[in-house]
Design a protein around this ligand. Structure first.
Ligand code: HEM
Length: 242
């Protein structure tokens, strides 16, 4: 605060003519006033720049931060889903100053990646890649698309024609369209190889005394959403050669 006071004193000296007598309360007040005016100006500029475009609905945003304050500190796919319930399946959010289109229904995802694929594919590769991932996650828990969408029911994929390769828009972990993941075959082979080996060589059980119903299924956000607490299982070797 002392440094600010000295700075204010020097700044104001030519206007006030006061060089010896200096009021710290006045300088703090002026500093706050300048900050407030800057904030108001920024707010006006942000509003003006989005007003003349016919953009999809967008939650109210803050200068500089945009909508980040509504996304940070929580699970982004949950926040985006909550926002989309209010502002619709096609909305604009601002990550700082970067406008980002959020598509959060399988139907619109299909529209974007099939009908308007060329426009979408030509977008610059910046934050939207991350946001798309949250979308993908949002659609994955959409109750309009999935029965008991919040429950862990791996059986739902048995004898289900829906696949993950970007043709069925209710399940697009690899994205879709021209900008979909080009590593999909490699990734599927790698995941299947590891899973097949783990399941072929071992029987898996919960540690003694634990039951499935009590498993903590809280999620946490990283590059992808994962379980907050790791799953502890006890493997028993069941090799056909042992
Ligand atoms: C389970 C594993 C993987 C998942 C879930 C995944 C998912 C994704 C997703 C959602 C995108 C964004 C698509 C979009 O923007 O529309 C993406 C892009 C990409 N992925 Fe993957 N991926 C995986 C593995 C891999 C592997 C193994 C490779 C390479 C060997 C790879 C290479 C890429 C590349 C280069 C892009 C950018 C494509 C572009 O911008 O045109 N991915 N991936």
């Amino acid at each position: 605060m002392a440094t600010v006071s000295v700075l204010m004193k020097r700044l104001l000296q030519p206007f006030t003519g006061i060089s010896e007598i200096y009021n710290p309360a006045l300088s703090t007040f002026l500093l706050l006033l300048i900050l407030l005016l800057t904030l108001v100006q920024l707010l006006k500029i942000t509003r003006r720049s989005s007003n003349h475009l016919n953009l999809p609905p967008s939650p109210p945003k803050l200068p500089i931060l945009g909508n980040l304050h509504q996304l940070l500190g929580t699970l982004p796919h949950r926040s985006l889903k909550a926002l989309s319930e209010r502002y619709g399946p096609l909305m604009f959010v601002y990550c700082g100053n970067s406008p980002t289109l959020v598509v959060s229904s399988a139907e619109l995802a299909c529209e974007m990646f099939k009908t308007h694929d060329i426009v979408i594919s030509n977008r610059p590769k910046t934050t939207p890649a991350n946001i798309l991932l949250y979308e993908c996650q949002g659609i994955g828990i959409d109750p309009q698309v999935w029965d008991r969408s919040e429950d862990f029911l791996p059986n739902r994929f048995f004898s289900n024609p829906v696949d993950c390769k970007g043709q069925d828009f209710q399940f697009i972990p690899f994205g879709a369209g021209r900008r979909g993941c080009p590593g999909i075959s490699f990734a599927l082979a790698a995941v299947e190889y590891v899973m097949a080996n783990l399941l072929y060589w071992f029987d898996w059980n919960l540690p003694l005394g634990e039951v499935e119903e009590n498993l903590d299924m809280f999620e946490v956000n990283g590059l992808v959403v994962h379980k907050k607490l790791p799953l502890h299982l006890v493997p028993t070797l069941c090799s056909p050669y042992s």
